[in-house]
Design a protein around this ligand. Structure first.
Ligand SMILES: [Zn+2]
Length: 328
């Protein structure tokens, strides 16, 4: 059945986009780490040359810190733009692919000779900006990358500091280089998490927008929460797996997930911020199934203990699978 296959494909398309984005981010962090190291080595060389007076040494240290801070600001700026760019691509491609999938399933339902065409408006700047401005835990992407920048500047400065303690041998200094790697790795992990959350958020918003437009054209949907069937799924998300959305008086779907009202995975309705909201959003891998005419998928995929994805009955819930397969 088309819709099931297509909607899973759309999600997978964004997951593979993420893999590619992560590779590019890793490259950015690697370059930045190398630049930081070369700044440090330049500094070391300049002060071990001998005959350096104290005032000049301090100036060089200030210069070093300034260069490192600039490098980190540059890195987080580039990461921000890379994530923003992929956010927009994920949003647009989900919107159009979802529209196409809905159209296809409407035609399937209507019969072979049908050529029903949905009136889907093209996405404009304003819609993209509105999607981009949706907050997670009260924070915009800009806020989150700013936080990363400040933390990373602090960590790298500290790591560099370890390397310029007076009286250290070159061997001790080299051992201390691992602190710079550690600081950069922490920054990269954090950025990866932000990228994942943003791109999958864009996917959810693109899906929501396409569905809203299709509803305006008269298509009716059933909405079902679909959690990932593996042992990493949060209990709160396993609890709503396979449940239908509650509709408000205007027909807008939502679920209450761990006390937070959400219109889709990763999309809190109230956007009030706070850690409860962020805790339900970050690293979530759930999907919302938008089912025209309420046709439910007959199968879904689940991960076995051995790490293999297998097809299981479409009615199986996350709770049932996790209990059966993982004994939790
Ligand atoms: Zn989830």
């Amino acid at each position: 059945m088309g819709i099931r296959f297509d909607e899973r494909q759309i999600y997978n398309m964004q997951v593979s986009r993420l893999k590619d984005l992560n590779k590019r981010l890793a490259k950015l962090f690697e370059n930045s780490r190398d630049k930081t190291l070369s700044e440090l080595l330049k500094y070391r060389a300049s002060i071990t040359r001998g005959g350096i007076i104290r005032a000049s040494k301090e100036e060089r240290l200030i210069e070093l810190i300034k260069n490192i801070n600039r490098e980190i600001a540059d890195l987080t700026g580039k990461s921000y733009r890379a994530i923003q760019n992929d956010f927009i691509k994920a949003y647009e491609s989900t919107y159009y692919s979802e529209a196409w999938a809905i159209e296809k399933s409407v035609n399937l339902e209507l019969g072979l000779s049908a050529s029903y065409s949905l009136n889907m408006p093209a996405l404009n700047e304003k819609a993209i900006q509105a999607a981009f401005d949706k907050r997670i835990g009260g924070l915009l992407l800009k806020d989150r990358t700013n936080r990363t920048k400040t933390t990373l500047q602090y960590l790298v400065q500290e790591a560099v500091g370890q390397n310029i303690i007076e009286g250290q041998t070159i061997k001790q200094m080299d051992r201390n280089l691992k602190y710079i790697n550690k600081a950069m790795n922490a920054g990269f992990k954090n950025t990866q998490r932000i990228a994942r959350t943003e791109v999958l958020k864009a996917y959810s918003i693109g899906q929501e927008e396409a569905t809203i437009e299709a509803e305006r054209s008269g298509v009716q949907f059933n909405y079902i929460w679909s959690a990932a069937l593996d042992n990493k799924t949060r209990p709160d998300h396993a609890a709503v797996d396979q449940t239908e959305a509650i509709l408000d008086k205007d027909g807008n779907p939502s679920w209450v997930v761990g006390g937070v009202r959400m219109s889709s995975p990763r999309i809190p309705v109230a956007e009030t911020g706070g850690s409860a909201e962020a805790a339900q959003v970050i690293n979530c891998r759930c999907r919302r199934l938008n089912l025209p005419f309420g046709i439910k998928p007959t199968s879904r995929t689940a991960k076995t203990k051995e790490g293999q994805w297998v097809e299981v009955n479409g009615d199986l819930t996350a709770k049932e699978w996790i209990k059966k397969e993982y004994g939790k």
